[in-house]
Design a protein around this ligand. Structure first.
Ligand SMILES: Cc1cc2nc3c(=O)[nH]c(=O)nc-3n(C[C@H](O)[C@H](O)[C@H](O)COP(=O)(O)OP(=O)(O)OC[C@H]3O[C@@H](n4cnc5c(N)ncnc54)[C@H](O)[C@@H]3O)c2cc1C
Length: 491
């Protein structure tokens, strides 16, 4: 693929960022008939976060639209080699989610029901059947599992390359070693990009710069609330019985995931709290690079992995991958036209699911640009859901430490985030607190979800059954009907 080029003076669309997401956007734009697309990559295609991802591609998400995005990605990756001539390494190995307690099992029942509704095959299976699918795992403590046969894995770098090649074959220009320094704008519209090689005028600009996106947004007054955290996995030495076609396994109660990697095991983690990467600005020469191995922080996942896959203990490890990846305040990516500048689109903040989402995110963003509006309900990922308040650096650094872990924390109804709190409070906040308010957070505002009957504590006790707000809420309800209620609508 030819990637060294002198930049043109103008283009219809400039895509900034040559990770899997930018490549997918460029690929889909050309498919939809955008004939003058230029992709700028500051170093080399896939050298940001993409190259070191674990490559797992799950189809099931928490809503219809998000599941459509991932379903499409899986189907796209499966056929991309035939179309572009570049292998993606797609293998439909399936995936397995384990439950080792009653509550997780309840969540898996819900997962399976949701999957049926969303058209994704997900079978509830016994612990014994889970062991048959992943013979190296210990199963005697498991209550069951969900088996998703349509899931798979890719080699992320090669998939990004295949998308870039597809885009190029359809007329896009892929320019490596071109760094965007500033987004140009005129009269409230994006007008082009200033680069280390000069200016490019453009009708549309797409920011797909992964963890670099926020700092580029700031050059034109656009909020892109994301920040990088550390995400870790290790690769074992060869293990007898390990092979590449083993399914992608997830043991969320232990915060770990695992899959076969040739004759070794890749063991990754979504620990409850992780560390932000406190680098500002993020250096542009961080390409095909990693952060320092942190074996101390990885002690618990390692123990959990060695419990679940006992052969890991004797095998030892050949590789520690500590990759920075951008996270958003709510664990959903940021897509669409920015409210600040027309013609400036964003596809960033993929919360460690960007390989699985990139195919669909690229398709739906390209459609959005062509049609002038989203072609399905994309509000959950629409960048307009956040305001400027969310782009505060201190807030982001605090919040994202909790977000990575959400992938495997229990998806309790009414779950509230613990970090990034008390950033927006109404004048009567203290009075509400004294009255026993149990606060939730909406668009950064602290709002009472319910009031505890003092002296009981205003703390959520989560469950899939009746939660502890119920009786307290009933008292408020009665008071509103039969006595006096004060509604605070100031936030
Ligand atoms: C350890 C780890 C494991 C993971 N495993 C999985 C997994 O199994 N499945 C999954 O779905 N996801 C996984 N992910 C997440 C996935 O890797 C990311 O979500 C995805 O790679 C993000 O792609 P991107 O294109 O948005 O960002 P990137 O790959 O970072 O691409 C952004 C690109 O923009 C370029 N750029 C930035 N600024 C500029 C500029 N000013 N001018 C020009 N170019 C610029 C950068 O050089 C970079 O190449 C994992 C992540 C980590 C860290």
């Amino acid at each position: 693929m030819e990637t060294s080029c002198s930049i043109p003076a103008s283009a219809q669309v400039v895509v900034v960022g040559g990770g899997i997401v930018g490549c997918s956007v460029a690929y889909h734009l050309t498919k939809l008939g955008f004939s003058d697309v230029v992709l700028l990559e500051q170093k080399a295609v896939a050298g940001g976060t993409t190259w070191h991802a674990a490559g797992m591609v799950g189809r099931l998400r928490t809503s219809n639209s998000l599941t459509k995005i991932n379903q499409y990605s899986a189907e796209l990756y499966a056929g991309l080699e035939a179309e572009t001539g570049h292998a993606t390494g797609w293998k439909q190995v399936g995936s397995l989610v384990l439950a080792s307690n009653e509550e997780r099992m309840t969540q898996l029942y819900r997962t399976a029901a949701m999957a049926e509704y969303l058209g994704v095959q997900a079978d509830l299976i016994s612990a014994k059947e889970a062991g048959e699918k992943w013979p190296l795992i210990k199963t005697d403590d498991l209550l069951g599992a969900v088996w998703l046969p349509g899931d798979g894995k890719v080699i992320p770098k090669e998939t990004a390359m295949a998308l870039a090649m597809g885009a190029q074959q359809n007329g896009a220009k892929i320019c490596e070693n071109v760094e965007a320094h500033e987004i140009l704008h005129r009269n409230g519209r994006a007008a082009g990009v200033k680069t280390n090689q000069g200016l490019i005028e453009a009708e549309y600009v797409v920011l797909a710069c992964g963890m670099w996106s926020r700092q580029l947004g700031l050059t034109c007054g656009v909020s892109i609330p994301l920040a990088p955290v550390e995400h870790h996995y290790v690769v074992s030495n060869p293990i007898e019985g390990a092979f590449d076609e083993l399914p992608c396994g997830r043991d969320p109660d232990a915060t770990i995931y695992f899959r076969g990697e040739d004759n070794t095991v890749l063991l990754g983690a979504f620990q409850k709290y992780t560390k932000p990467w406190l680098q500002d600005p993020i250096p542009s020469d961080f390409s095909f690079d990693l952060l320092k191995a942190d074996w101390k922080k990885y002690r618990d996942p390692l123990r959990a992995g060695e419990f679940r896959i006992p052969k890991l203990k004797d095998a030892g490890y050949s590789k520690f991958v500590n990759g920075p990846e951008s996270f958003t305040p709510d664990n959903q990516f940021l897509l669409g036209e920015t409210p600040e500048l027309q013609g400036l689109f964003v596809a960033a903040g993929f919360n460690s699911a960007g390989i699985a989402c990139a195919g669909g995110a690229g398709k739906y963003l390209a459609e959005w640009m062509k049609e002038g509006e989203p072609t399905m309900d994309l509000w959950a990922v629409d960048i307009r859901r956040f305001g400027r308040w969310a782009n505060n650096r201190t807030y982001l650094r605090d919040r994202i430490t909790e977000v990575l872990g959400l992938h495997y924390q229990m998806a309790w109804p009414n779950r509230e985030m613990e970090t990034g709190r008390n950033i927006r409070m109404t004048p009567i906040h203290d009075q509400l607190k004294e009255s026993g308010a149990c606060f939730g957070s909406k668009a950064g505002w602290e709002r009472p979800n319910w009031f505890a009957h003092l002296p009981s504590k205003p703390e959520n006790q989560y469950s899939f059954g009746k939660q502890n707000w119920f009786g307290n809420h009933a008292r408020e309800h009665l008071a509103t009907r039969e006595s006096v209620a004060l509604f605070d609508q100031s936030s």
